[in-house]
Write a protein that binds this ligand. Structure first.
Ligand code: ATR
Length: 280
């Protein structure tokens, strides 16, 4: 693609940004669809996010920005309008500049739920009991997704229990969902758990210890680890050895990006999931 005067601009804003796979993905799609658009990585100083975004509002050919660590919460405050997901989750990963205003969305929830639907159409969240490890930013998108899909019960487990308690209070207030059981880390899993989801960063490093122990006899249908590098964490290997379905965070990562692309361009790009998995 040749960058011209008519080229539309997109990008991803974070700090650091050099590790981001988003430019490869979005530019691949622009090329595939023959769109006159470009997607660039943008590293912004940590204390300059708001100033930066306000300036961006003056760029007429800027259409959309993805927002990543550490600006997802700050991005919420600069939006003129928010999607329900962004409002409840409390963070924004997609900005759409339109008619002089900024629309903020959060596509993590979509990415999470769609990754489940595609890979395990037979596993229903509705009515199931889910154990969620972690109470950070990633946990919020997962918890909102689970509540929206009407799970029966959520065991929310975190090293710092106060953070899990806060999330329980927050989501009870926002959604009316009350069936949380909060506790500190414990190797043992309640027997009623159907699905386990790891939203912590534990497993990213080779030397990381397992946070939970899956018993040989269990009713667990699926273990989901949001970590995608390594491809298979110790948690997933443990589950696989016990013949439990496993999934890592790669599809979620790609699907949330495809959803952003669709919001901006109205193009149906989910057919390219397979192609993208090959290039990333
Ligand atoms: P993210 O936005 O990716 O969720 P985060 O907000 O920093 O990142 O949250 C990281 C999560 O991993 C938290 O739940 C954190 O537990 P604490 O709330 O106790 O900090 C969890 N975590 C990180 N390192 C951990 C470790 N060594 N053992 C247990 N939990 C850990």
């Amino acid at each position: 693609m040749i960058v011209k005067g008519t080229t539309k601009i997109f990008g991803v804003v974070g700090n650091p940004i050099s590790h981001s796979f988003s430019p490869v993905l979005h530019n691949f799609l622009f090329k595939k669809l023959g769109l006159n658009s470009i997607y660039i990585p943008i590293e912004v100083n940590k204390d300059k996010f708001e100033t930066f975004i306000l300036g961006m509002k003056n760029i007429n050919n800027l259409v959309g920005l993805n927002i990543t660590v550490p600006f997802k919460n700050d991005a919420l405050k600069i939006c003129d309008k928010l999607s329900d997901e962004a409002e409840v989750i409390g963070s924004v990963n997609t900005l759409y500049f339109k008619n002089g205003g900024i629309f903020g969305d959060n596509t993590d929830c979509y990415g999470f739920l769609e990754s489940l639907k595609i890979n395990f159409p037979e596993i229903k969240l509705n009515g199931s009991t889910v154990l969620v490890l972690g109470a950070g930013g990633a946990a919020k998108a997962v918890l909102y997704s689970l509540i929206r899909e009407k799970v029966k019960k959520i065991f929310l487990i975190n090293r710092t229990v106060a953070k899990a308690e806060n999330l329980k209070e927050y989501f009870s207030y926002k959604t009316g969902f009350e069936n949380f059981v909060v506790s500190e880390l414990d190797e043992n899993i309640p027997a009623e758990v159907d699905i386990i989801i790891n939203t912590t960063s534990v497993g990213l490093k080779e030397e990381d210890e397992l946070l939970i122990r899956i018993p040989d006899v269990n009713n667990i249908k699926l273990v989901y680890d949001l970590i995608y590098n390594p491809d298979k964490t110790k948690l997933l290997s443990q589950a696989e050895a016990k013949n439990i379905n496993v999934i890592n965070g790669k599809d979620m990562l790609i699907l949330q990006a495809l959803k952003s692309f669709e919001i901006w361009t109205s193009e149906k790009v989910f057919i390219f999931l397979g192609d993208i998995k090959k290039i990333l």
